[in-house]
Design a protein around this ligand. Structure first.
Ligand code: AMP
Ligand code: MG
Length: 409
């Protein structure tokens, strides 16, 4: 798709076109081997085929008595208890007719045994006999070898995000390492003459930099390695040096300086550094002046400086871009669901709005309200929010009870 408006003055791009532009302009980073212990959140780049049956042997699903179902086809069968089979122990011999063995959950069933009567169905006596109170059908309480995964089956495919459950699954297959996406290295720059680092003393007309720590935290959640570039002044030379350093990373994220003010020099400086600007302005609120470009394989984002705009544009555009670099299958957004609005809500423009919301529940159904004023410099209201209410471009006014889409934060 042709990039729309590679200058701050052009028409804003629709949010979905911006996402597609990002997805198509980027390609996955080269995958490499990673140990299982370091693989959380990485994207798998190989097909995982099991060499074995899982579970590897028939075993008991319950604590009880291993038996031959033909011996317990009627209620009240009395069997001789010939031993005990704890988990992890192989029973030495097959079960004969009229015999049972006490067995624990996860223990391998002995040859001849085709069912397990759970303890609650039995009465043991001191003479070493067990009475089975109910008929036990063949296969009862037996977890068959391969009932989870059969040898030769594809268990995971490329593009799968490795969550704790996938890591457990890989361990069960004996995999100690996998081929997966590397951790993207992301350079972070904040810009503005008014900014000082959070530890520095405040002087008049100066504010603390909240974007750098916030963006670093967002990147950490995405499994990235952060390259902090510090704070650049709104000065062409200072910006050129700092942005230039960031272009060696997989991704450069700067905040501030992308609007149309006299000190908003990030776009021009990036262009001078050889960055191809692919869009600058998206039809959203907050966050409209968002800028995206590339230089070689480096993705470049210029986020608006207001901290709320910075975080929302990160979640909606930078996070999908990271998913692309990591080899993800889709630019899927965060978890979205529908909730009923608790109050009226009006929207005066044709932008897509991301409204800070509080999702709750009434009579068992999800309901949502806003956090109140939505100006984009008040970060406290993003801290109150547990979701973003997404109002599409075309909507104008909403009544109480209207369903709206929300994305969990
Ligand atoms: P800008 O996008 O540079 O025009 O900045 C928009 C607003 O966000 C201004 O009020 C800035 O002071 C504020 N701002 C920019 N960067 C930061 C930051 N890193 N931390 C806190 N506020 C910021
Ligand atoms: Mg600024």
């Amino acid at each position: 798709m042709m990039p729309t408006s590679p200058a701050a003055g052009g028409a804003p791009l629709a949010a979905r076109d911006a996402l597609r532009t990002i997805w198509e302009a980027l390609e996955p980073l080269d995958p490499s081997p990673v140990t299982l212990g370091a693989s959380l959140g990485r994207v798998l780049a190989e097909e995982i085929v099991s060499r074995e049956d899982i579970p590897p042997f028939d075993n008991s699903a319950m604590d009880g008595f291993a038996l031959r179902s033909e011996d317990a086809s009627a209620p009240g069968a009395t069997l001789a208890v010939v031993g005990e089979i704890p988990a992890g122990v192989l029973f030495g011999r097959p079960l004969g007719r009229g015999e049972a063995a006490r067995i624990m959950t996860g223990a391998a069933v002995p040859p001849g045994c085709d069912a397990v009567a759970q303890q609650e169905w039995t009465e043991s006596d001191p003479q070493g006999m067990v009475r089975v109170l109910r008929p036990v059908p063949a296969g009862h309480n037996i977890r068959r070898a391969g009932s989870d995964i059969v040898a030769g089956a594809t268990v995971l495919s490329p593009g799968t995000v490795l969550r704790p459950q996938e890591i457990g699954l890989l361990a069960s297959l004996g995999r100690l390492s996998v081929i997966a996406s590397p951790r993207p290295v992301v350079a972070v720059l904040t810009t503005g003459n008014e900014l000082v680092p959070a530890g520095a003393p405040l002087s008049p007309a100066v504010i603390r930099d909240s974007n750098a720590p916030m963006l670093a935290a967002l990147l950490e959640e995405e499994g990235c390695e952060v390259l902090p570039l510090g704070i650049a002044r709104d000065d062409a030379g200072d910006l050129r040096t700092a942005l230039g350093r960031g272009l060696s990373a997989d991704m450069l994220v700067s905040a501030g300086g992308v609007s149309v003010g006299a000190y908003d020099l990030v776009g021009e400086t990036l262009r001078e550094l050889g960055v191809t600007l692919r869009f600058w302005k998206v039809n959203i609120r907050p966050g409209m002046p968002l800028l995206f470009g590339t230089r070689g394989r480096t993705a470049v984002f210029g986020l608006p400086g207001n901290p709320v705009s910075a975080m929302i544009t990160f979640l909606q555009f930078v996070r999908p871009a990271l998913r692309r670099l990591k080899g993800g299958r889709t630019e899927a957004p965060g978890v979205r669901l529908h909730a009923a609005l608790e109050h009226p809500l009006a929207k005066e423009d044709g932008k897509r709005h991301f409204v800070r919301g509080i999702l709750g529940e009434r009579n068992g159904a999800p309901v949502v309200r806003t956090t109140g004023p939505q100006v984009s410099n008040i970060l406290s209201s993003l801290s109150l929010a547990n979701c973003l209410i997404i109002l599409p471009e075309e909507g104008r006014s909403y009544r109480p009870g209207d369903p709206v889409e929300v994305e969990l934060l």
